[in-house]
Each structure stands twice: as C-alpha cells, then as structure tokens.
Design a protein around this ligand. Structure first.
Ligand code: GLN
Length: 481
C-alpha cells in the first residue's frame, strides 16, 4: 500500500484486494509513525475517517470517482463540524457549521478525510513558519521548511500520509511547496474551482487546487473540484474537460516559451538554472516540440505589485475577525473599541498584522491612487505581457522558486527576503492563468522542479505537457522517513 496514486488505490479497492477500512487504517498508522518528524497535521479526524470507511465498505460500491480514497485538506477549507483554524489563534477553536464547495464535491465523490493540514496563518507566507501552532518540516530534511503556505499539504503527500491533498494558491502557495517537497501541484485558472467556504486572503487572487503524486492524479481531482457553483460568482459556466483522458496527446510541433527574464534573474540558483535548461532542451527534443525565447518585460515589478494588491485585499477580508462573529475573543476589555483591538492584537500573528497595516495604508484616502490604483494598472500590463506570449507559444516553462527548500528560521525574521521567494510564482496569480509544478529531480538531496504555464482555462494543455515531462523525468526517489 506504499505511495499509492488514486488510480492504484482505486484498483485495489475495486478488485476487493483491500477494504476502505484497511486503507484508512494504513494511512492513520502511517500518520502516527511519520508525524513526529513531519508535523503536517493540525487535526486528525480518525473516528470520522474510520466511520466513513466502514460505511463505504458496507455499501460495497466503489464506483464513485474517489470512493474510499483517504485525503488531507489545508486548514483554510471549511469542513462542517470539524475544526478549521487557518493556522491562526483567532480561529483556534472554530468549528464551521457548513462545508466549503470543494470539500462537498470531494466528499460526494467518496473521499475520506484523514485530517486538516498546516499552513502559514491565513495562507500568508512561503514556509509554513507563520502557522500559530507549529512549523511543518520538509520530509527530505527535518531542518528545512516544506515551503508555504500549503506546506502541510505538500509534506503530507510526499511523506505518504494521504493519497493526495488540497491546497490554495494566492501567490505560489501550491506550486512552491510542491517544488520544495517534490510532488505535483496545480494552481488552476482564477475562477476554475469555487472558493465558497475557503477562508480568503486576497479575493482577486485566491485559487484552490490539488497536490498529488502524479500529473494524472491532479487531472482526476480537477475533474471533481472544477466547475461553476452558484455559491461563487467568479466561476463561469464553462464545461469541465475530461482532463485525465487527453494527457497522452502528442506534443509534436507544439511551442514551448522560455521567459528570458526568469532565467536571467540574479537570485536564481545556478544549479537549478542549469538543471532546468537541460531538462527543457531534452524534453523539447524528445517530444518534437519547438523552443522559443519569450520576453515578459514587466517581471521586475511583479513582487511590489503583488504585495500591494494582496495586502490591500487581505486588510478588508480580515476585518470580519472581530471577536464577535467568529473564534477567539479577549476577556480583558472595558469597552467595544478595546474589545476589538485586544482581540485582534492577541489573536493575529505578525505577518497577518503586517498585512492589515500595509493594506489599510495602501487603501487609505490620499494613498489609494499612488499605491492600490497604480498597482492594479501594472497588474493589467503584466497580464498583457502573458497574453502576448501566448499568441506565440502554447505554454511557458519556468522555474518555480529561485532556490530549494531553505532552513527553518533562515528567512523568518526578514519578510522582504521571504517575499522574494515568490518572484516566479506571483506573476501567474497576477495574470489569473494556470500553473502546474512538476518535479524534475534532486539537487544535493533536495527536490527541485519547474512550472508549466498556460492561457486562462488551458489546464488541459498544461496537464498534457506535464504528463509527458513527468514520464521523461521519471522521478522515483522518496524521502527516508
Ligand atoms: N507567499 C505569498 C504571500 O504571502 C503567497 C502565499 C499564497 O499563495 N497563499 O502572499
């Protein structure tokens, strides 16, 4: 039962070789064994998981797409009657009375929830160190971060504590941890997966997507979670392709763009650069695809543009955590104003407070035009850079992160250094396009990978390229846990 993909687990269940209870127990045992080293889970739903597995076994019907498949969810995804914390003290004991649409869809497809996994507080961060509860560790090296904010999702998949996990990506939070831990991760097109019931960071950026062991698994999960929902007005009524059926299409004659500014970036580690360029060249040759250099000239403005916009949106999204409606409340206040202030002072961690202060500043009268409005304009121009690129090529191949997993504590006290980790990922969220992170191998014993970017709603194309790349790379190494 080791390192099962969705497809392998399904085969075992459908053929009766194992029961859903056996599979669930296998993962619960695995969690018990590896958690002391990995620390990915904030809540383990052992009883609920076993109950659901028994129910499925009793029915004996494994036809639903995920019937009996044990999974993990990032702890910003609301799960009815199961604690959902956003890794924040302010929601430490919050039990949602409803489920997010993604979890509803997965549950209806038969998935079994093993538990809720760690993230940076309200998904703000790139290392999982901003969790109010504990840092998660990289399964390859317990002194290193798993990436963030979906670090718990990536670590739990790579440590084989679940078949797959769900994460969220506002500026890289699925792709970067997938890259640091060595699994596949897809940030879908903005609006492809409904976000109702998922705690917001920056509403015009947030997306939800899978972290899986294979590209095929990502395709299977997307078929279940993507598509219009009446509960999220940003999801168009656009048909969801059968992603898993077209993965093997030939790439002959297709065009791969290499964004030159990304590879010229000073911060990009030389070893990563060499490995990626070698991989891309070999890949294009084997597939009969063409490589074209592409320019995305506004890349240098991506980080400031992104951080001005997301922190502005975050400052308004976080206004709802006031101690009255949800979660933590201070017990040491004499009037309402003090009650709000103390609740938020005590309940939020440093990065969240930074977001509230930065965002309140950039949205305030007198500064709005100079910061928010200008950043919104630059965002549009960055999007146009991508539109132009996709007139010339089918996909772009790019690095995910300028470096590999860094040491716990190395960047924690330097927010600007931490923000720079997102240089290759935030552009994708600024433009609202899909990005798929795929491992390309190990360098010095740690995983590295690349991201494949496509036009809006071109998930099918991106997954098609990813499937062939995964096959060529044939990354089989596993961490020793
Ligand atoms: N590190 C980025 C940030 O803090 C991205 C986080 C994310 O994608 N949720 O904004």
């Amino acid at each position: 039962m080791e390192n099962l993909t969705i497809k392998q687990a399904k085969e075992l269940l459908q053929s009766g070789k194992i029961t859903a209870v056996e599979l669930t127990k296998h993962y619960l045992d695995r969690i018990e064994k590896t958690e002391p080293k990995v620390d990915a889970f904030l809540t383990i739903t052992k009883e609920e998981a076993l109950r659901k597995a028994e129910e499925i076994d009793k029915k004996g019907d494994f036809s639903a797409p995920l019937a009996g498949i044990p999974i993990a969810l990032k702890d910003v995804i609301s799960t009815k009657n199961i604690r959902t914390t956003a890794a924040s003290k302010i929601l430490e004991n919050y039990i949602p009375p409803f489920s997010a649409v993604v979890w509803q869809r997965l549950e209806e497809a038969g998935a079994i929830l093993l538990g809720k996994v760690n993230t940076d507080e309200f998904t703000m961060g790139s290392s999982c160190e901003n969790s109010a509860f504990k840092p998660t560790k990289n399964p390859w090296d317990e002194n290193r971060v798993p990436g963030g904010s979906s670090g718990g999702s990536a670590a739990s998949v790579v440590a084989d504590e679940c078949v797959f996990a769900i994460g969220t990506d506002t500026g890289g939070s699925i792709r970067q941890p997938a890259n640091f831990c060595g699994c596949v991760g897809l940030k879908p097109t903005y609006g492809r997966v409904p976000r109702y019931g998922v705690m917001s960071y920056a509403s015009s950026f947030d997306t939800i997507g899978p972290l899986t062991k294979t590209v095929e698994d990502t395709a299977i999960v997307m078929e279940i979670i993507a598509g219009h929902s009446e509960k999220d007005a940003t999801t168009p009524k656009k048909e969801v392709p059968k992603y898993s059926e077209n993965l093997q299409n030939s790439l002959k004659g297709k065009k791969i763009g290499i964004p030159k500014e990304y590879f010229e970036e000073k911060g990009l580690d030389e070893k990563i650069k060499t490995q990626l360029l070698e991989t891309i060249n070999k890949f294009a040759k084997e597939q009969g695809a063409e490589i074209k250099e592409i320019s995305l000239p506004l890349t240098e403005y991506a980080i400031p543009t992104y951080y001005i916009l997301v922190k502005s949106e975050a400052s308004t999204n976080l206004a709802r955590y006031d101690g009255v409606r949800f979660g933590y409340k201070t017990d040491d206040a004499h009037d309402l104003k003090e009650f709000y202030e103390k609740t938020r002072e005590e309940g939020f961690g440093p990065e969240v407070k930074r977001a509230i202060m930065m965002g309140t500043f950039t949205l305030s009268a007198g500064y709005f035009d100079a910061y928010y409005k200008k950043a919104a304009r630059v965002r549009n121009l960055i999007k146009q850079n991508f539109d132009k690129a996709f007139e010339e090529v089918d996909v772009l191949f790019a690095p995910v992160s300028p470096f590999q997993a860094f040491k716990i504590g190395e960047k924690k006290d330097d927010p600007l250094q931490m923000y720079l980790a997102d240089i290759f990922t935030v552009t994708v969220n600024l433009a609202g396009i899909p990005g798929l992170a795929v491992p390309t191998g190990l360098i010095d014993g740690l995983p590295t990978g690349l991201q494949i970017l496509g036009k809006q709603f071109a998930e099918e194309t991106v997954l098609n390229f990813g499937w062939h790349l995964e096959k060529m790379v044939n990354f089989q190494e596993k961490p020793n846990l």
